[in-house]
Design a protein. Structure first.
Length: 84
């Protein structure tokens, strides 16, 4: 297994790592390994489409989907109220 030495870690970062390790009942070293593993083994999402693009793609093949929207009234809309 490889080893790395990380120098010049800010004191607040070290404290947060200590606190997190303590909450998980592991050493700082093990917590750092877990953080690195979790972050670096995620699937690469740089080519993933955004939510809007994915939604648009769901509806792109619907016939007449390119019709113009109806004219909106000139009066302002009342905001939705959800606490009733």
């Amino acid at each position: 297994m490889a080893q790395i030495l990380v120098r010049r870690i800010e004191e607040d970062v070290k404290k947060r790592l200590q606190d997190r390790a303590s909450r998980h009942g592991v050493s700082m070293e093990e917590e750092a390994r877990a953080i690195l593993r979790t972050e670096l083994l995620k699937p690469d999402r740089k080519n993933e489409l955004g939510l809007g693009t994915r939604i648009a793609n769901l509806f792109k093949d619907i016939p007449d989907n390119d019709e113009a929207l109806p004219e909106l009234p000139d009066q302002p809309f009342d905001p939705a109220i959800f606490d009733r």
